[in-house]
Design a protein around this ligand. Structure first.
Ligand SMILES: Cc1cc2nc3c(=O)[nH]c(=O)nc-3n(C[C@H](O)[C@H](O)[C@H](O)COP(=O)(O)OP(=O)(O)OC[C@H]3O[C@@H](n4cnc5c(N)ncnc54)[C@H](O)[C@@H]3O)c2cc1C
Ligand SMILES: *[C@@H]1O[C@H](CO)[C@@H](O)[C@H](O)[C@H]1NC(C)=O
Ligand SMILES: *[C@@H]1O[C@H](CO)[C@@H](O)[C@H](O)[C@H]1NC(C)=O
Ligand SMILES: *[C@@H]1O[C@H](CO)[C@@H](O)[C@H](O)[C@H]1NC(C)=O
Ligand SMILES: *[C@@H]1O[C@H](CO)[C@@H](O)[C@H](O)[C@H]1NC(C)=O
Ligand SMILES: *[C@@H]1O[C@H](CO)[C@@H](O)[C@H](O)[C@H]1NC(C)=O
Ligand SMILES: *[C@@H]1O[C@H](CO)[C@@H](O)[C@H](O)[C@H]1NC(C)=O
Ligand SMILES: *[C@@H]1O[C@H](CO)[C@@H](O)[C@H](O)[C@H]1NC(C)=O
Ligand SMILES: *[C@@H]1O[C@H](CO)[C@@H](O)[C@H](O)[C@H]1NC(C)=O
Length: 507
């Protein structure tokens, strides 16, 4: 080298910069006419809060695509029978609210801004337990034992992380804390303390990512948080509708409902999605997409939608680390209230997790609704959902008769959630398996080309929860906004450099 004159160097630099600029600018229209700057795939809490975040930052050129006829996703309520009470088939609680400082919780605070929401803090001490012979067994339940063990589990989690030791399952930590399941009563408590929240047994749950659960420690006084049960007849979805209020454009032009995403075609330059609505195919292209579909949907390319080209190995690996837990909710309405005047009724079955918990909705729903909410999880939930509904009702009535006697009648109305078989969800929410690390969540949310991944599962601290989806939506929108501003500043800088070079050359 050393043979080029300064002027020649400048001309070379100019040409290189010119080429780079032309390439940066010309790569944009390669994708054809863009329908929006950002496509938001899915209108659950994550998608709607992503849209809100973009909107509030002045980015209004987005289009939300949703397969269902309404927004809310896994926040969804329905009448138990025509004209009956409206019950939540998906999320029901705002978890981790401090009653002395409720607005420290983003969702509770949102609810207040949205005109309030009807609900009550659940009192888990308001419970009575029966075994399968109808005997009240409350005195046999070792609540103190499991509470002590739980405290030790949290201690083990903190100590192991501080020491840089490897993660273990919650079950292993429970065993180290001398909690063993030796009776039906123990099995009931074991289910109540873990499966009721995670929808899978502690045998399958990561210690580090579940204990102590950030949901219960991050909002307000960590040792004072409770769960707020929503019974508002406008539904939990009222919160999602409130976030969406005013951002969907004239006649909701920024929202396409009943539109199924079939193929996501991605590249480093843009994203196009092939959609179907009423059997009519239409493609939408944008500079960016935010996908909020559940882990179950991402795992089942054949059933629901697929990527073109296939997602890279690293992305598939993190998607496949998780699974969709199964939390099944049922509601049954009876001619009268024959059960105890408590919030919860525990059923200490001979089979762990068999109709373990009833919630007396009659205490919370509007007057005259003799409704019980029933929860099951995991394999039992799946068996119950897949069989004929009348067989499930039959099993339910047998359990209630074993507790309350042969006078228990058939329910006058019955409804159950179908998230597990619904192709747009394929389960209730993401689990917290052994082996996940902070990096897993970072990789799960990381973009592939111009597709950003969002939704409840991508929330490092609150995966599985509504507020996890809320923060995930906000964070992915912010990541897209950052990428847009970097793109804009790269082009702007290149142009600036070009002008400087031209100026130097000319004078
Ligand atoms: C039974 C149950 C109980 C729960 N209880 C609680 C609770 O008490 N408290 C709590 O905090 N959390 C609870 N959760 C979890 C909470 O509901 C979820 O974490 C949260 O609502 C997920 O929001 P999201 O936006 O990430 O996903 P989603 O709500 O699943 O939104 C994704 C959207 O994408 C759409 N979609 C999927 N595929 C396609 C496609 N191909 N084309 C177009 N659209 C598509 C779906 O229809 C959906 O609307 C519960 C969940 C369930 C199922
Ligand atoms: C639930 O809350 C409402 C209103 O705050 C209150 O009137 C009602 O008594 C509460 N119900 C229970 C069972 O605590
Ligand atoms: C568990 O039991 C063992 C043996 O009795 C005892 O040494 C240990 O301290 C106990 N651990 C806890 C956390 O109670
Ligand atoms: C627990 O994990 C194992 C192995 O991953 C799996 O086979 C099993 O189905 C899981 N059990 C439940 C109840 O989720
Ligand atoms: C936090 O809550 C606990 C339990 O209710 C209480 O004992 C403690 O005083 C509270 N701490 C603060 C700082 O309010
Ligand atoms: C919005 O819908 C109303 C009623 O259907 C219609 O009259 C109006 O023209 C629509 N506005 C736009 C901008 O499409
Ligand atoms: C359940 O039973 C009712 C009445 O016995 C009957 O009308 C209904 O068709 C049955 N439902 C199913 C899914 O079999
Ligand atoms: C069943 O109902 C009848 C009539 O109401 C009543 O006499 C009887 O005591 C009830 N039986 C039980 C087990 O509650
Ligand atoms: C993982 O992230 C949480 C907060 O999101 C943090 O408290 C924790 O220290 C992190 N763990 C590691 C090993 O970095």
């Amino acid at each position: 080298m050393g043979c080029l004159t300064n002027t020649m160097k400048l001309i070379m630099n100019f040409l290189i910069i010119l080429l780079a600029t032309l390439q940066a600018v010309s790569s944009l229209p390669e994708c054809g006419e863009l329908d929006a700057e950002v496509l938001i795939l899915g209108a659950g809490m994550a998608g709607i809060n992503a849209a809100r975040t973009l909107f509030d930052e002045g980015m209004t050129d987005f289009l939300i695509i949703e397969a269902k006829p309404q927004i809310g996703g896994r926040i969804f309520h329905s009448e138990i029978r025509p004209g009956g009470a409206k019950v939540e088939l998906g999320a029901n609680w705002i978890q981790g609210v401090d009653p002395d400082d409720p607005e420290a919780h983003p969702l509770y605070e949102l609810a207040q801004r949205c005109g309030g929401i009807q609900g009550n803090f659940s009192d888990f001490d308001s419970i009575i337990e029966y075994d399968s012979t109808g005997l009240q067994v409350s005195d046999l339940l070792d609540y103190d034992g499991i509470a002590d063990a739980y405290e030790n589990v949290e201690y083990i989690s903190t100590a192991r992380q501080a020491d840089g030791q490897t993660d273990i399952t919650v079950r292993e930590a429970l065993l180290q804390s001398n909690w063993t399941v030796d009776s039906n009563e123990d099995a009931f408590l074991d289910w109540f303390c873990f499966d009721f929240c995670f929808a899978e047994p502690p045998d399958n749950t990561s210690l580090f990512h579940s204990q102590p659960l950030s949901t219960y420690t991050d909002f307000g006084n960590a040792s004072n948080t409770e769960d707020f049960l929503i019974s508002d007849q406008s539904g939990y979805a009222k919160l999602v509708e409130c976030i969406a209020d005013g951002i969907l454009g004239i006649n909701n032009s920024r929202l396409l409902l009943e539109t199924k995403v079939n193929i996501i075609k991605w590249s480093d330059d843009c994203v196009c999605v092939e959609t179907y609505r009423d059997g009519v195919m239409k493609e939408y292209c944008a500079s960016y997409a935010i996908i909020t579909f559940s882990i179950g949907v991402l795992q089942s390319e054949e059933i629901n939608m697929k990527f073109e080209p296939d997602l890279p190995e690293w992305k598939l690996d993190v998607i496949n680390m998780f699974s969709m837990a199964h939390y099944l909710k049922m509601y049954a309405e009876f001619p009268t209230v024959f059960w105890d005047d408590v919030e919860f009724i525990g059923y200490v079955s001979d089979v762990r997790g068999y109709f373990p918990l009833f919630l007396s909705e009659n205490l919370f729903l509007p007057d005259g609704n003799n409704v019980l909410q029933i929860t099951t999880t995991g394999e039992i939930a799946t068996r119950l959902l897949l069989q004929n509904e009348n067989e499930t009702i039959n099993e339910l009535v047998q359990v209630l008769r074993s507790i309350y006697g042969s006078n228990v009648t058939e329910p006058t109305a019955f409804i159950q959630s179908t998230w597990y078989t619904d192709p747009y969800f394929l389960g209730s929410y993401s689990n917290i398996p052994l082996g996940v690390t902070n990096q897993t969540f970072i990789d799960l949310a990381a973009p592939v080309g111009r597709v950003y991944f969002s939704g409840e599962a991508t929330s490092m601290q609150y995966n599985g929860f509504v507020h996890g989806a809320y923060f995930a939506g906000r964070d992915s929108a912010e990541a897209v906004l950052e990428s847009i501003s970097i793109g804009v500043s790269v082009v702007a800088n290149l142009l600036l450099v070009m002008f400087v070079v031209i100026f130097v050359l000319l004078f």
